[in-house]
Write a protein that binds this ligand. Structure first.
Ligand SMILES: NC(=O)c1ccc[n+]([C@@H]2O[C@H](COP(=O)([O-])OP(=O)(O)OC[C@H]3O[C@@H](n4cnc5c(N)ncnc54)[C@H](O)[C@@H]3O)[C@@H](O)[C@H]2O)c1
Length: 270
């Protein structure tokens, strides 16, 4: 997990609960200071999570240091890295515009997928196979932010990822959930905190309670919006018609495997 904002608050909570914590962040200055603050139970690893090899190396180092990884919080996030409405100066009308910088998708979505992928690998090496993953999405997954379309897109992908992975990961004793916080006062939101009334800010304690709920409970595939002191669990949307329902419910891993086995048996019998 990261070393500032939500990541640091969660790290502190985990240390208090007796966990050994690997804080992983691109910001080495903050990360080292925060690890010192938390003492011997915490270690800091400098990493740019958008570089898969760096992220993999951090998992490997944490595994080598402690010999187990039980919980992964994919928590890094940035706001929009580019405008999808470039000015005419940077974008002459006669040529194709330059490719937009999609770092937001790389950090918020692709690196979260890589974290899940790596977590599964290392959880399988634990003596008691399995573990828990919590990804930090955002309330932007439900309520589009006109000022941050890339952020909105990047966070909207996470509930789908969590819901679709949960059944299969469950077979490997891995739980996966996401939390979707409202507005929290951190460095991410520092520039606009002045215009948000204090009463509209979600306290960090609510976020930490949501993390603890998924860490301690047996839920999986859950999408939890956290606003003020409340948690709202969002179910997948209702099927619009029976055709959509049939496709979604029948093209599952289990049913496809059963179908393939039946076809093999038919071929053998022929
Ligand atoms: N603060 C809010 O209001 C709010 C609301 C909803 C969701 N979130 C989400 O919560 C998560 C934590 O954000 P926060 O509010 O604590 O902000 P934050 O800025 O304090 O923390 C984000 C951390 O991500 C790190 N990071 C960014 N790019 C990275 C990279 N390439 N490699 C490694 N680390 C990188 C940053 O250095 C920073 O420490 C984010 O995913 C954010 O989108 C925040």
């Amino acid at each position: 997990m990261t070393a500032s904002g939500l990541g640091f608050a969660l790290s502190k909570c985990l240390v208090e609960r007796g966990y050994l914590v690997a804080m992983c962040d691109i910001d080495a200055t903050t990360g080292k200071a925060r690890a010192r603050e938390l003492g011997d139970q915490a270690a800091f690893f400098e990493v740019d999570i958008t570089v898969y090899e760096e992220l993999g190396a951090v998992f490997e180092q944490a595994w080598s240091k402690w010999g187990r990884i039980d919980f992964v919080a994919a928590n890094a996030g940035i706001l929009d890295s580019a405008s999808l409405f470039p000015s005419p100066e940077t974008c002459p009308p006669t040529t194709p515009p330059p490719k937009p910088n999609l770092k937001t998708i790389e950090v918020n979505t692709i690196a979260a997928i890589h974290s899940v992928y790596l977590a599964r690998h290392y959880f399988s090496k634990n003596t008691a196979h399995g573990g828990t993953i919590t990804i930090t999405s955002s309330s932007a997954a439900f309520y589009a932010l006109e000022t941050a379309p890339l952020y909105t897109a990047s966070k909207s992908a996470i509930p789908g990822l969590v819901r679709s992975l949960a059944p299969r990961l469950g077979e490997e004793n891995i739980r996966i959930n996401c939390i979707c916080p409202g507005f929290v006062a951190t460095s991410l939101t520092a520039a606009i905190q002045g215009i948000v009334p204090a009463d509209y800010i979600t306290p960090m304690s609510s976020i930490i309670h949501a993390f603890e709920r998924f860490l301690d409970g047996d839920e999986t595939g859950r999408v939890a919006e956290v606003s003020k002191d409340r948690v709202y669990l969002h179910e997948q949307t209702e099927f619009s018609d029976r055709w959509q329902k049939w496709v979604a419910e029948n093209l599952t891993e289990v049913k496809l495997k059963a179908q393939a086995t039946r076809q093999d048996q038919v071929r053998l019998a022929a």
